[in-house]
Write a protein that binds this ligand. Structure first.
Ligand SMILES: C[S@@+](CC[C@H](N)C(=O)[O-])C[C@H]1O[C@@H](n2cnc3c(N)ncnc32)[C@H](O)[C@@H]1O
Ligand SMILES: Nc1nc2[nH]cc(C(=O)O)c2c(=O)[nH]1
Ligand code: SF4
Ligand SMILES: [Mg+2]
Length: 181
């Protein structure tokens, strides 16, 4: 059984796949307490893999996004396999502090200041900009580097930082801009 906060259908609002229809599986709980965290994730109910797949399969979109909270606390190879057998492309949003199963299709790593990274494979890095030095993340083994304003509040500073560091691209939380989930 895995503790689920919510399962909902929306568009990926952030990062490389922005605009892609996707089913979000939000797991409950996290090992970090980021002061800026925009998500209530503590509540949850225990669901079987069968029930999760049934819920996810109500939607025709191929993409599933595992998020939270911190999804790495709850998932394993078998769970990702179940989603693959249901025909899904499995993405994860993770803080990168816990190892991941190696069969996830797309890894979005959002490193947090002061939290040691444990994952060795990632497709994109997505940093929430708080004025920190972003060059420390430039050696991470990702293909794409995104800098995201914090709660859409410091967009001008984020744009300025991206223009000074052209390895990076701007990621806006587009779901907040158009008031969808
Ligand atoms: C709620 S977290 C859940 C997944 C995982 N715990 C993580 O931090 O990557 C999902 C994404 O939202 C980002 N995020 C959280 N709070 C934010 C905020 N106030 N403004 C912008 N992005 C935020 C995180 O950095 C992460 O990329
Ligand atoms: N639309 C939408 N896109 C998202 N991308 C990552 C999210 C998350 O909270 O992990 C998220 C979210 O909460 N909503
Ligand atoms: S790691 Fe992710 S879910 Fe956990 S507190 Fe930070 S932003 Fe929120
Ligand atoms: Mg969110």
């Amino acid at each position: 059984m895995r503790k689920i906060n919510e399962i909902f259908y929306s568009l990926q609002g952030e990062g490389y796949h922005t605009g892609t229809p996707a089913v979000f599986i939000r797991f409950s709980g996290c090992n970090l307490k980021c002061p800026f965290c925009d998500t209530q994730h503590e509540d949850g109910i225990l669901m079987s893999d069968e029930d999760i797949v049934t819920e996810v399969s109500k939607y025709t979109a191929a993409t599933v996004i595992l998020t939270g909270g911190e999804p790495s606390l709850w998932i394993d190879h078998e769970f990702v396999d179940c989603l693959h057998r249901a025909g899904k492309y499995v993405c994860i949003e993770t803080n990168g502090t816990r190892p991941l199963p190696d069969n996830i299709d797309w890894v979005t790593c959002s490193p947090k200041q002061g939290a040691k990274l444990e994952i060795t494979r990632m497709d994109e890095v997505k940093v929430v900009y708080e004025g920190q030095d972003i060059t420390v993340y430039e050696q991470l083994p990702a293909r794409h580097f995104f800098l995201q304003p914090c709660s859409c509040s410091n967009t001008a500073e984020t744009v300025d930082c991206v223009m000074k560091h052209p390895k990076w691209r701007l990621s806006l939380q587009t779901h907040k801009l158009i008031d969808i989930r």
